[in-house]
Design a protein around this ligand. Structure first.
Ligand code: ADP
Ligand code: MG
Length: 245
């Protein structure tokens, strides 16, 4: 059974320490939510896990099934089974989702398979299949970018998906179809999910097994889904104080 294990992870960007020691384990088939106020370090965690240039690891470890992710280039992390759904998926002029996925899935799908998979997956999340052969994300709306990422997720079949604010820019219908796709993946191939979000409304549609609260670069609370409901009532103020400096 796959597991992403993050231990005492300390990391920063631009010479500033942002994450002050993060401990988290995400097991196959489960959904872990990381919630926290803006600026608490959620996206930093996502970027550090995927190896975005400019982010520096200062201590601790992150492994996927025992493989040290922090030693690997981003593409190697992807090949090891890690997927990142970005908060703001970037535009890649000249490279289509189709071309990118053909290269990345070459090991487990033929071109024919891939076409069929993409058709089925696009339909499943209400994404216009013709957009898959145009430049990646170029001129697309926030909702289209997130649906596009779900198609990528389904084609790549990662072991662990880190989804950074997958709810941002989505209307209610898109939010439901994206959440349904993620939830189905936990059963279809045992996807483990680290769902990062500011808003508890995501957890109204995506069932989390475990909820973690992040404040000031630390995990300050762990609990079940009830923690998200509690946050809806109280906001993050109590936890920000809890975290101290
Ligand atoms: P969240 O996703 O929880 O809103 P972020 O991880 O984006 O938080 O940001 C955490 C902190 O790191 C913020 O104080 C932010 O200003 C800072 N930060 C993020 N990116 C950079 C950067 N490239 N250079 C300097 N500081 C940054
Ligand atoms: Mg963020």
């Amino acid at each position: 059974m796959s597991v992403l294990e993050i231990r005492e992870l300390v990391a920063g960007v631009a010479g500033r320490e942002i994450l002050h020691g993060i401990d988290l384990s995400v097991e196959a088939g489960t959904v872990h939510a990381v919630m926290g106020p803006n600026g608490s370090g959620k996206s930093t965690l996502a970027h550090v896990l995927m190896g975005r240039p400019g982010y520096t690891v200062l201590g601790g470890s992150a492994t996927l099934d025992g493989v040290d992710l922090l030693e690997l280039a981003p593409w190697e992390r992807s090949r090891a089974g890690l997927f990142l759904g970005m908060q703001d998926p970037i535009e890649v002029p000249g490279v289509s989702a189709m071309a990118m996925l053909a290269a990345s899935t070459a090991r487990h799908a033929t071109a024919g398979d891939l076409g069929a998979i993409l058709d089925a997956e696009a339909t499943r999340v209400g994404y216009d299949v013709s957009l898959l052969s145009r430049s990646l994300n170029l001129g697309l709306s926030g909702g289209e970018r997130k649906r596009n990422e779900m198609v990528q997720l389904a084609a790549l079949r990662p072991r662990i998906a880190v989804l950074d604010e997958v709810d941002s820019g989505l209307d209610v219908d898109a939010l439901r179809s994206v959440s349904a796709r993620v939830e189905a993946a936990t059963e279809e191939w045992g996807l483990g999910v680290l769902a990062i979000t500011h808003w508890s409304r995501l957890l109204d549609v995506l069932r989390a097994d475990v909820v973690h609260v992040m404040a000031d670069g630390r995990i300050v609370a762990n609990g079940g889904p009830e923690l998200a409901s509690e946050l809806e009532e109280t906001g993050y103020a109590a936890y920000a104080q809890h975290a101290g400096t």
